[in-house]
Unconditional design. Structure first.
Length: 332
């Protein structure tokens, strides 16, 4: 099956054909790469360089949905949507192609040799395969790095283990990001990701009570990424177009149940220096700093005064923030 992206070209196999994804010999990195953190970025950059040195085509193989969802294990909080993950990988090196393989029960039932032969060799044309040290594959996760190396000797590819980099606080990992995000430590999140964590969604109609007190907000629907603790955050916001994202504004975001208004859960953002109709637009909200926890105020006037204070604090937090040049017109 081929998964097409509206923003990033993917390489895939036509659903009506058994033809290979690539006729070229490839260097393949296999992984989930959720978050595309600094460790992932270093690996993918190395993949591109090594593939170029060896005269191979660099390729990243990832799966959707995450195997844990299909196999009934505990679902992991998502750091990046599939579309965002692909865009971030491609941003590292445009030569890297991304293959998204649908993870199904049929795929999970393949033996390690069937997985290696049919997917890695016949479909991807791999001559070098790079996986994590704890990589497991095949029916009942029977295959490991040793199995892959043995199969590589039989099928004609070299298997290598990737080593993720780290800092003084530990190794870079998606789990480290999730743990920091869950406790609201955005500095640690950014330390591992190399950028702020972001939430994305389509602007939907809310109760519009913010507009009545002069503080209009954009409410995001269908947010798929992992949420930090409820609270108020300084943020930078991009508008996501059909082909790319462009910086829109800075602002202050509220994540929570809006207890003062008794309005229920929402992810909403008050944008600075912009007031236009955003209904139906897709936004990406980069969470730069946590300003305070969510709390209930004694009426709308008190809430408005607090939002003014929050906005002032957000302006200060965002004063030294500038768009990432590699983001090609977006904030990050």
């Amino acid at each position: 099956m081929t998964l097409e992206s509206p923003t990033v070209p993917l390489v895939g196999r036509d659903s009506e054909s058994e033809s290979p994804i690539s006729t070229a010999t490839t260097l393949v990195a296999i992984g989930n790469f959720d978050g595309v953190h600094l460790g992932h970025r270093a690996v993918i950059a190395d993949v591109a360089r090594e593939a170029h040195r060896l005269g191979l085509a660099p390729l990243v193989l990832t799966f959707n949905p995450h195997p844990t969802e299909v196999l009934g294990r505990a679902k992991l909080a998502t750091l990046t949507t599939l579309e965002r993950k692909i865009a971030l990988i491609r941003r590292i090196d445009a030569r890297v192609r991304v293959v998204v393989e649908p993870f199904t029960l049929d795929l999970a039932k393949k033996t390690p040799e069937e997985f290696a032969r049919e997917l890695i060799v016949e479909r991807l044309g791999a001559r070098v395969v790079i996986v994590g040290e704890n990589f497991r594959f095949g029916h009942r996760r029977a295959g490991d790095l040793t199995t892959l190396s043995e199969l590589g000797q039989k099928l004609g590819f070299e298997a290598r283990a990737l080593t993720l980099s780290g800092d003084d606080h530990g190794g870079f990992s998606s789990s480290r990001v999730r743990e920091a995000l869950a406790r609201g430590d955005l500095a640690e999140v950014e330390r591992v990701l190399g950028r702020p964590h972001s939430l994305s969604g389509t602007v939907v109609r809310g109760h519009e009570r913010g507009r009545t007190i002069g503080v209009p907000t954009a409410n995001l629907g269908d947010v798929a990424e992992a949420l930090p603790p409820y609270g108020v955050y300084a943020c930078a916001v991009d508008e996501i177009g059909e082909r790319s994202a462009q910086l829109l504004a800075t602002g202050v975001a509220n994540i929570g149940v809006r207890p003062t208004l008794d309005a229920g859960f929402s992810v909403e953002v008050h944008l600075f220096d912009i007031d236009r109709d955003l209904y139906g637009r897709r936004l990406r909200v980069h969470l730069v700093r946590r300003l305070r926890e969510e709390r209930k105020f004694d009426g709308l006037p008190a809430l408005k005064r607090q939002i003014e204070l929050d906005s002032r604090a957000a302006h200060e937090a965002l004063a030294d923030r500038h768009p990432d040049p590699s983001a090609r017109g977006a904030w990050y």
